[in-house]
Design a protein around this ligand. Structure first.
Ligand code: C5P
Length: 294
């Protein structure tokens, strides 16, 4: 008998605004940031097994550890222990499309999809509060992916306030060949500290929908740090704007640069001009949704 399998798709994110407010005593940084989901997806399938966690990477753009260091395995073990009392097991298969160590939240998205997928598979009704708590234990970016769309993140990024309206724009993503380590970016001493007002006021700008204003409101306090570690990012930003994008900014701790374009055609044109430089280029769009069953 073939056991039922549940399959979900889970998106990447960009950060239209990321403000670093201060360094905390626990080593993390206090943030105010805007998360926005984009239509670049990883796919995860979950099948119940007798016990334990089996994890297989079916496809990945780069080598990816499938051991206990993977956030999917960590999320599954946490869920089995905390919600199911280790009475069940699961086999998980991952098809990865979101680049690794890219500032696109791929690992965090997979972790959130694992919590959501197991909740759906075992029909536990764990509740949003409990899922968000487990998500925050796994990483600062994980809780956002339980809601998707657009949201404000505060604290270390794990406290999420979903926004009713998401950005709706074509996006070009350009990732340099090498990744960047998030702790290295924070530790570089080059982050710019601001008050948090830009992140909060972005909701109003989003609501008004003026593309010029949206473009002018992008901000990332980690961008100078990412640029110092990888100067190539400056070249990507310049080329994207020269190629007709409205604006371009590092996403999260980088190194991926995301550009907003007025139309799909302009996004495709810009992407076409940047291909062939050794960079990974995607044309996608911002979305109002998050993890979905497929
Ligand atoms: O929470 P997460 O595991 O994603 O964080 C990875 C690293 O990024 C942390 O160990 C820390 O060095 C840095 N970080 C930070 N402040 C945040 C989020 C992450 O300093 N708000």
């Amino acid at each position: 008998m073939k056991l039922p399998t549940l399959t979900v798709q889970t998106p990447a994110k960009v950060n239209p605004v990321l403000e670093v407010l201060s360094k905390r005593a626990d080593g993390f940084h206090e943030l105010a940031l805007v998360f926005q989901a984009v239509a670049l997806y990883d796919e995860l399938s979950f099948t119940e097994v007798r016990d334990g966690v089996r994890f297989t990477v079916l496809h990945s753009p780069e080598p990816l550890a499938a051991d206990d260091s993977n956030l999917v395995v960590k999320a599954a073990k946490l869920f089995l222990k905390e919600v199911l009392g280790d009475r069940h097991g699961v086999s998980i298969e991952l098809k990865k499309r979101i680049p690794l160590a890219a500032g696109l939240g791929g690992g965090s998205s997979d972790a959130a999809a694992t919590l959501r997928g197991l909740d759906w598979l075992f029909e536990t009704g764990a509740g949003e509060g409990r899922l968000a708590e487990m998500a925050a234990k796994l990483g600062s970016d994980v809780p956002f992916f339980l809601t998707g769309g657009a949201a404000l993140g505060t604290g270390r990024g794990e406290r999420i306030t979903p926004w009713p309206k998401a950005l709706e724009m074509p996006v070009v993503l350009v990732k340099p060949e090498e990744g960047l380590s998030t702790p290295d970016v924070y530790r570089s001493g080059k982050a710019v500290m601001t008050s948090g007002e830009k992140a909060k006021s972005f909701q109003k700008v989003l609501h008004e929908g003026d593309l010029g204003k949206i473009a002018g409101s992008l901000f990332n306090g980690l961008e100078p740090a990412a640029l110092a570690l990888m100067p190539e990012i400056g070249e990507i930003k310049k080329q994207l704007v020269d190629a007709g994008a409205l604006c371009a900014m590092v996403s999260g701790s980088g190194p991926t640069v995301f550009a907003l374009a007025e139309t799909q055609e302009k996004a495709e044109n810009a992407a076409w001009k940047l291909e062939g430089e050794g960079w990974t280029v995607f044309v996608t769009k911002t979305i109002p949704t998050g993890i979905e069953r497929i």
